[in-house]
Design a protein around this ligand. Sequence first.
Ligand code: FPP
Length: 246
Amino acid sequence: MDLKSRINREKLPHHIAVIMDGNGRWAKQQGKPRVFGHRNGVKAVRETTEAAAELGVKYLTLYAFSTENWNRPKLEVNALMALLVETIRSEIKTLNENGIRLQAIGDLEKLPARSFKELMNAIENTRHNTRMTLILALNYSAKWEIMKAVKDLAGLVEQGKLTADAIDEDTFADALSTRGIPDPELLIRTSGETRISNFLLWQIAYSELYFTPTFWPDFRKEDLYKAIIDYQDRERRFGKISEQAN
Ligand code: FPP
């Protein structure tokens, strides 16, 4: 049986998050500059988005640029920003044809003005689509997001609009940039690294983690199918014992 037909559509994760890693090493292996890896990473973005939408996954979050990525050489940061703008602009039509709504999480206003403008334009232009939501994490870090939520909630308490006692998990989740988006059941990281790297720390409390040695530019639909099959073979107990969970 081929990989796709081995997927149980009844047990599909609603939300898959991906740490796209290994672009630089993929390029280096071929004696090419790192940016060549990022350019080829776009194909993997397309394949993964298409595969997820075809299967019926409702949310796909891709970690495209972390707050720590600004520390990379200026040339690489500029190239990444240019690639983002270029990709976002050229993909609007395909996103609309496939019913995909674009959203973004992160400290977006600190992006270069042009990137921010293109991003807002694509979000606005795809907002009516309902088949799947593609969320780009841009200038994102989980610690930044959590600190912002804490400050926002503290501000509401200061203004007398909220009591400290009324803050619970739901209030807190609503203060995060992923408000309204279900937590990912599956988190994938490519390139063999087994770290979370400041990604969705609150939201992945119960996510299944899947690590693959495949470098991101080589990631194809079949790799996504493999990750989902692996996820479906796992028993998710949420702290209970096996008999209770089943
Ligand atoms: C990690 O590889 C990848 C990134 C920091 C950027 C990901 C960006 C893209 C795939 C480009 C376009 C994306 C979108 C959503 C339009 P790395 O550079 O850390 O690789 P390394 O660990 O081998 O150095």
